[in-house]
Design a protein around this ligand. Structure first.
Ligand code: DHB
Ligand code: FE
Length: 286
């Protein structure tokens, strides 16, 4: 049976792609951020995931404002990137896992989530930057199932709804018969606002509350409305919806294995977190 080993959540600021391309990981501006991935690399080397289910938001590469699904699940053999106009190189493609995709799609629809199924799907910086951070230089050793959540055009799904989406995905993974080691990824956040009068807005106090509550009390975060979230975390801070879905998919006992918080990277409070997931049986055996 498939096992959910844990989750990683991280910012996906496009400028990170440019820093990687220019080998700036040790520059004073970038070092405190990239150093935060040493522990992530050690965790991935130890846990050896086969597949990553990636909750992210598309920023106009695959979906545009004319047709923007609330939730969309990829079911492709491969997910390509294209030039998005951020001045970052076009990324390599990510391998898909269509069998797991269709298993999740069937389970989500049976669970009354009205998703969009994408047998072709481009993935933008919200997928490619976290992948490049987790597996620098090397080939990406995992297949992915991308799940996009609308964080762009209101009305957005609620935090509570995204937590439920993640829980449904977690239950579905646990019922998957293949012996895969599955990790969950949530990308974006934390507080940031890219435009309007509050451009550059960051709220460290609220970010630290989120980094604490996401571990063992995501319900407390699920009680905020989207409009409260925009006020507290900025217009693009709603990318935390992806973190909520990631957390929901961790169905066992969850502990925080690593956390790094650094302000700012570009306009964003950059956070990286690793959550470990132990089933009841694993916990008793340990
Ligand atoms: C930035 C942050 C984002 O989440 C994004 O999608 C694009 C840019 C930024 O801070 O520059
Ligand atoms: Fe973003």
């Amino acid at each position: 049976m498939a096992r959910i080993i844990g989750g990683v959540a991280t910012t996906h600021v496009p400028a990170i792609g440019k820093a990687i391309a220019e080998n700036k990981q040790n520059d004073p501006y970038w070092r405190p951020f990239f150093k935060g991935f040493d522990d992530v690399h050690a965790w991935l080397a130890r846990e050896r995931p086969d597949v990553a289910v990636v909750f992210y938001n598309d920023h106009g590469l695959n979906f545009f404002l004319d047709k923007l699904p609330t939730f969309a699940v990829g079911a492709a053999n491969e997910y390509r990137n294209e030039d998005e106009g951020w001045g970052i190189p076009v990324s390599r493609a990510a391998d898909g896992d269509p069998a797991l995709s269709w298993h999740l799609i069937n389970a989500l629809v049976a669970d009354e989530f009205d998703i969009t199924v994408c047998q072709e799907m481009l993935v933008d910086h919200a997928v490619t930057i976290p992948m490049a951070l987790m597996w620098p230089g090397a080939d990406w050793p995992v297949k992915i199932v991308p799940i996009s959540i609308n964080t762009v055009q209101h009305p957005l799904p609620s935090l509570a709804r995204c937590l439920k989406l993640g829980r449904s995905v977690g239950r579905a993974i646990e019922s998957y018969e293949q012996d895969s080691r599955v990790m969950i990824v949530g990308t974006g956040g934390l507080s940031h606002q890219l435009d309007g009068q509050r451009a550059g807005f960051i709220n460290e106090g609220f970010d630290r509350l989120c980094l604490d509550k996401i571990v063992n009390d995501p319900e407390a975060l699920a009680r905020y409305s989207i409009h409260d979230w925009v006020e507290l975390a900025g217009a693009q801070g709603v990318e935390f919806l992806n973190w909520m879905a990631m957390r929901g998919a961790l169905t066992g006992q969850v502990t925080r294995a690593h956390c790094n918080y650094h302000i700012p990277i570009s306009n964003t409070a950059a956070a990286t977190i690793v959550l470990e997931n132990r089933t009841e049986a694993e916990r008793r055996a340990a």
